[in-house]
Each structure stands twice: as C-alpha cells, then as structure tokens.
Design a protein around this ligand. Structure first.
Ligand code: B16
Ligand code: MG
Length: 213
C-alpha cells in the first residue's frame, strides 16, 4: 500500500466551523467600523493563524493598532467564536464525514488532524471524535502557520508515516501550499479547489474513499 494515512484539516473539512470563523471576524470588523468585510476577505483567512487572520481584517481600515491592542482584538474575536462553538454537539458531525472516517479506519488507514486552530481539541471534543484520530497536530503545537508545512509534518511524525505515504485534505489555498511544501499528496475540497497545483479535487467528503491507496 503506497498511502498509509490521511491528514485532515479541521475547519471547513471535518466540520463547518469555517462559517463561525467568518461570522466572528465579520462581527469584529463591524465593531471596528469596517462594513465591507466580505467572504473573499474571509477566504484569505482560511488556514492561517488567528493573528494573521486579524491582519486581513485590519487591512481594510486606515487605523493603526499597537501589538497589545491587536492581541485584545484577536481575543475578542476568539471569545465570540468560542461562544458559537458551545452550541455544537455530536449532531453537527455529518453522517458522510462520520461514515467515511469509520470506513478509512476499517481499511487500516491511519487518520490525523492537521489544523492551525488552537480550538481544535475543543471542537473535536464537542463533535465526539477527539479519540477517533491516531494523531492531532494543531495550533497549540506549531510555531509557523500554513502555508508553512510544519503542522502537517508534525502530524505525520505523530502517526509515524512519511509525507510521501500521506494524503492531506484541505479547504484552504494556504493549506494546499503547505501540503505541497511538505511533500504530501494534496486533496482539495471547497475553496481550495481553486488551487491549480492540488493533486486531487473532490466535491464531496466521501470521494476520499475512491483515492488510490
Ligand atoms: P483559532 P484549519 C484554521 O483552522 C482556520 O481555517 C483559520 O481561519 C483560523 O484563523 C485558524 O484555524 C486559527 O484558529 O483562532 O481557532 O486558533 O482550517 O487549519 O483547521
Ligand atoms: Mg480549513
């Protein structure tokens, strides 16, 4: 078997929390008097760290903020986001994602998370799948966010596989760049399908079962 594992991005791949990120950043933008924060702006925030995501919002304003003020703004956005996460439960994991992950595990494929989010354990816990993964690499164990490959390289290490034996599934352009930089085989879903360099493009999560292993 050439491929032994799949590393999954979280927000926008396993679950729809990408929409909560959008709503929380949009609320912060509004509070700062920025009324033209769009989904196109939000696409630039996919896969990148909280502080880098904040810069996407602040680029729409002329006002300059100190580092301390920026930390406060990022914390405020995170408090809105975490409040939204409190409403999530096991029913927010789609049957398609659940059955596909189960089938991959039944086939002996290792599964791991490679997410930039510091909230990844909280989300996985709320979805009831924290213990389903063989390894979790997230915003808490990295120093460089996507498009740097660190989060995926750590995930591969955690599950003892080489990048060339691994697929990475991503909804972010920056995530596909990270997968390619790390020597992984990339699978794009959602917004990432705009990336011309992705090895595979899927329109539905269960299509992962058709990949060559
Ligand atoms: P947090 P992923 C990423 O998660 C999101 O796509 C990105 O929009 C967010 O800024 C980043 O996590 C950090 O998230 O503020 O929760 O630590 O797509 O890599 O799973
Ligand atoms: Mg994502």
């Amino acid at each position: 078997m050439k491929y032994k594992a799949i590393i999954f991005d979280l927000d926008g791949v396993i679950c729809f929390t990408d929409e909560y990120h959008f709503l929380a950043w949009q609320a912060l933008a509004k509070k700062l008097g920025i009324t033209n924060f769009t989904r196109e702006d939000n696409a630039k925030q996919r896969g990148v760290s909280r502080m880098e995501s904040l810069e996407v919002v602040l680029a729409k304003s002329d006002k300059k903020y100190t580092y301390e003020e920026k930390v406060e703004l990022a914390n405020y956005k995170n408090s809105l986001y975490v409040k939204m996460l409190q409403n999530m439960n096991e029913s927010d994991l789609s049957n398609e994602v659940k059955s596909t992950l189960t089938e991959l595990k039944n086939r002996g494929i290792k599964i791991a998370i490679g997410s930039s989010s510091k909230n990844a354990p909280l989300i996985l816990n709320r979805l009831g799948i924290l213990n389903l993964f063989d390894g979790i690499s997230d915003g808490n164990n990295i120093t460089k966010s996507k498009p740097n490959p660190e989060v995926f390289l750590k995930a591969a290490q955690f599950i003892s596989v080489e990048p060339k034996e691994c697929y990475v599934v991503e909804d972010a352009i920056a995530g596909i760049d990270a997968a390619l930089a790390g020597g992984f085989t990339s699978v794009a879903i959602g917004d990432a399908t705009k990336h011309s360099g992705a090895h595979y493009k899927i329109s539905s999560f269960s299509e992962l079962l058709n990949l060559p292993f």
